[in-house]
Design a protein around this ligand. Structure first.
Ligand code: CMP
Length: 136
């Protein structure tokens, strides 16, 4: 079993899509081993996305991520990291395949409804950025 870190971003929380996205998580065979709703600060968003700090979209991205509530999740399944990325679809909803979460719900590359870790090491870092041991 592998763990990944996933988020339901503010655009999806605002549009009451938490239930639909969590249903999809369960239908895809993930066990939810950590779950919480937070309103992250700009500083927390900047820390989380620090790998993108030199990118032109960094300020907008971190302002957006701290503009409303976000669902944080630890998901467990065989091949969890790549499977969740397949279920989400491409970062840009315009490029996402039919049937993916971002195709169905994403509004733009920034307001793309969900996040998922991209590798084993980042999954472990992202999980420990947001969750303490007793929460997962
Ligand atoms: P996410 O998977 O959360 O990881 C980094 C985020 O940066 C990504 O989803 C997008 O929402 C955002 N992002 C990536 N590229 C761009 C871009 N060119 N313009 C705006 N936001 C971007």
């Amino acid at each position: 079993m592998q763990k990944t870190f996933a988020m339901i971003k503010p655009d999806a929380v605002e549009r009451n899509l938490i239930g639909k996205i969590l249903s999809r998580v369960e239908e895809e065979g993930f066990k939810i081993s950590g779950l919480k709703l937070v309103e992250m600060s700009k500083k927390q968003a900047e820390g989380f996305y620090s790998v993108h700090s030199d990118r032109p979209f960094f300020n907008d991205l971190t302002a957006y991520m701290s503009s409303g509530k976000t669902v944080l999740m630890v998901l467990e399944r065989e091949d969890a990291i790549s499977h969740w990325r397949t279920v989400m679809g491409a970062t840009n909803p315009e490029e996402a395949n039919e049937g993916t979460i971002r195709k169905e719900f994403g509004e733009s590359i920034e307001r793309n409804s969900t996040h998922g870790s991209d590798a084993v090491e980042t999954a472990s870092e992202e999980i420990s950025y947001w969750f303490s041991g007793f929460e997962i």
